[in-house]
Design a protein around this ligand. Sequence first.
Ligand code: HEC
Length: 195
Amino acid sequence: MRKFILLASAALLASCTGGGPADLHKEPNVELIQDMMESPAIKAQDFDTFNREQSASRLPPEGTVPVGFAKYPYHLQPDLGAKQKNPFDGKMTPEVLELGRTKYETYCAVCHGYEGKGDGPVSVKMSVKPPSLLTDKIAVTYTDGHIFHVITDGQGVMSSYAYQLVNPNDRWAIVNYVRSLQKLGRGASAKPEKK
Ligand code: HEC
């Protein structure tokens, strides 16, 4: 009797694997627990099976914020944004400038040019040209906070870069790097004296 049970369970096991290793990928397994084979998962790009008008990928409930995310408080308020203090104010150290250069050359130079002249490779194709960052307007009138605001919130046809440059320090480092480009491109008078 015991022998029979052993044989029977061996046969059952063999049927589970579809006969032998060679057939493993040709035959579907015996579905012992069907729910696990046919899972109700739907692809994010699919439609909702309960409502074909709706996408399968649900929106988070209103007001949801990612952990660690601080909402930019000066959205569409450049005057207030301009008053923010640069944590790297006057810190033109190799570390800050190198961080700023890497980020600037990755995210800004395509439009504003490697030297900040507004002549990046993409600018040729744009109808609204990216402005030079070396003009009086930006070098003298714009505070560090104002440049930070434009990077964070966007301006006109330039979109926000806060999602690519998630860490605000990266954006402030870009501000310092832009100041260094202004010094190079305009001579020593680039940054207004501290009041
Ligand atoms: C896709 C091209 C593009 C990229 C990339 C881009 N910008 Fe701009 N930027 C523009 C355009 C176009 C404007 C003019 C927008 C307007 O006022 O309508 C602008 C405006 C600005 C201004 C304000 C100029 C003014 O006269 O008021 C600053 C400062 C600036 N950009 C800095 C940056 C920095 C720093 C980066 C990188 C984080 C960056 N931009 C990335 C296209 C770009």
